[in-house]
Design a protein around this ligand. Structure first.
Ligand code: VG1
Ligand code: CO
Length: 543
């Protein structure tokens, strides 16, 4: 078998964003775009030489082709062993679990997460470090720097290998093991949760509906919810992974998980509804006629840790991303545990988890997780809720209302303006930022602005500093307005506007979230000259 050293020209646009490098499929399909980025990983992550690499993806279009390229490049770059999910499949949390369990030198995950797939959709690639988590900024920057000067890549000349059967291959000095993508993950879940109590709940007639959105979690949900927990067949819908996610948008929110939402807000709704995204790290939780915001969900997980075997007696700290609502802060205050505020993106939780300073972390973008892996974990959150429901014997709505009564309620919404021009988006952010110093101390929308800044984060573990992580305006009454530009899109810019209002007495404010927040939403638009600068009068998606 020949190793080819191929001359290449560097690209200038391979800087990873919030979660890996994401581009249109057509960009990745054009050699040597993928090859260059993969070579930059091998060149900079030197422990992979002679080490083990976990490899898998969410099954989207171009996943299989990319897997073959990476295997051949791994062989040519001296990797000793590759663990690849059967069919090239691995959910993001399962890949993280596998990196940790087999103590590998890292993993490559192929996914553009919640972005649509198919030939005209998006593709992505992400490197995870030996802790199982997305590479920290220092690592992604080193990879990016290298892509700018790369002149050759190495690839083994060989036919495609069979990744559809649980077998082993030897390629030169490298071993490739095709592994069951579900087994290790399912076993980990059994260690964390009270499966007996959950089985009993379901046997007693509790009904659930899990929407896998034709993405990666289908096989995981069939195995865990239906086979191991005994939920009747049909409890998992859209459970067959498809390369284009069945033409849908694999983003578990009230807009895109239509079929699930119709069931959960229809007559005779199941007791628990849930959905996950393209790569299985997000979750949406619904009760019968009830939506749980992701920020509230994180708070509920933390408040109920004593009910769950894997977490009883060990909750010492929590973290949330800056734009996530402060609901979990209230729980941390009451439990007298640490609470950290990090920039958006799971990579910022890694150090805190590794150092044992937090057990739970989460984001408003339908992500929550714990120290069991180093990624957010969609199905984990669903099982966690199921465990709570089995113990408390209350409905999702009852649990949420009792939570608000105890901790107060953080009304919260995110408005996304997708596909606005890059220039307009940057101009808007600069305009907001220029006003921040003058806002402090002013009385706006019924409260006084107590701080207004461009969020920057100093990692308490390694001291590294990340700047420009979003513009925030905080009020004396706990309300917040936050502006951020997305770092996962592949076209133009997406502005995210996050609005929050805290109500200590949940009985006092009546009305829908959008109504309660209307004053702050209008104020946020005015400060940003939103309509004038973007030409939009309404957001693309509201969550
Ligand atoms: C979005 C979310 C962020 C999340 C990221 C990756 O990033 O806001 O909270 O971590 O997606 O999620 P951005 O930069 O577009 O706002 V996904 O499920 O990759 O895995
Ligand atoms: Co995802």
């Amino acid at each position: 078998m020949n190793i080819n050293t191929v001359k290449t020209t560097p690209f200038t646009d391979q800087r990873p964003g919030t979660s890996g490098l994401r581009k249109k499929v057509a960009v990745f399909q054009q050699p040597p775009y993928l090859h260059n980025f993969v070579q930059a990983i091998f060149d900079t992550q030197v422990s992979l030489k002679g080490g083990t690499l976990v490899l898998g993806g969410d099954g989207r279009y171009y996943n299989r082709e990319a897997i073959q390229v990476i295997i051949k490049m791994a062989a040519a770059n001296g990797v000793a062993r590759v663990l690849v999910g059967r069919g090239g499949l691995l959910s993001t949390p399962a890949a993280s679990a596998m990196i940790r369990k087999y103590e590998t030198q890292g993993g490559i995950i192929l996914s553009a997460s919640h972005n649509p797939g198919g030939p005209d959709g998006d593709f992505g690639i992400k490197f995870n470090t030996p802790n199982g988590g997305p590479a920290a900024e220092g690592v992604t920057e080193a990879i990016f720097e290298h892509t700018k000067t790369l002149h050759e890549y190495r690839i083994m000349e060989l036919p495609d290998i069979d990744i559809d059967h649980l077998t082993e291959h030897t390629i030169g000095t490298m071993r490739v093991e095709v592994i069951d993508p579900v087994a290790d993950y399912a076993e980990l879940m059994e260690q964390l949760f009270d499966f007996a109590a959950m089985r009993a709940l379901i046997q007693g007639g509790f009904r659930l509906c899990f929407d896998a959105m034709h993405a990666i979690t289908g096989p995981y949900a069939h195995e865990i919810l239906e086979r191991r927990l005994g939920a009747p067949a049909g409890s998992v819908i859209n459970g067959e992974p498809k390369q284009d996610f069945g033409g849908g948008h694999p983003d578990p929110n009230l807009t895109y998980a239509e079929e699930l939402v119709a069931q959960m807000f229809g007559a005779d709704a199941p007791d628990l509804g849930a959905a996950s995204d393209g790569d299985g790290d997000r979750n949406m939780i619904l009760g019968a006629n009830f939506f749980v915001t992701p920020s509230d969900s994180l708070a509920v997980l933390a408040a109920n840790a004593e009910l769950v075997p894997g977490y009883r007696g060990r909750l010492n700290g929590v973290a949330r991303s800056m734009p996530t609502s402060c609901a979990v802060d209230k729980v941390a205050e009451k439990l007298e545990i640490a609470c950290f505020e990090t920039p958006t993106g799971w990579k910022f939780f890694g150090n805190l988890l590794d150092a044992g300073r937090i057990v739970f972390c989460g984001e408003e973008s339908f992500g929550s997780g714990s120290d069991h892996v180093r990624e957010k974990d969609g199905l984990w959150a669903v099982l966690y809720w199921l465990n709570i429901l089995a113990v408390r014997q209350q409905s999702v709505a009852e649990i949420m209302k009792a939570h608000w009564a105890e901790y107060g309620r953080n009304y919260y919404t995110r408005h996304d303006y997708e596909g606005i021009g890059l220039e307009a988006a940057r101009g808007l952010m600069a305009h907001v930022e220029s006003q921040l110093p003058q806002l402090v101390g002013r009385e706006l929308a019924g409260s006084t602005v107590s701080y207004a800044d461009n969020f920057s984060y100093r990692d308490p573990v390694d001291g590294s500093v990340s700047r420009n992580q979003g513009l925030r305006i905080g009020f004396a009454d706990g309300s917040r307005i936050i502006y951020r530009l997305s770092g996962t899109g592949t076209e133009g810019a997406t502005l995210r506007l996050y609005i929050e209002h805290y109500e200590a007495d949940p009985g006092r404010v009546r009305g829908e979230t959008q109504q309660v927040l209307a004053g702050l939403i209008t104020l946020a638009a005015e400060i940003a000259e939103l309509r004038e600068r973007t030409g939009r009068s309404a957001p693309t998606v509201i969550t």
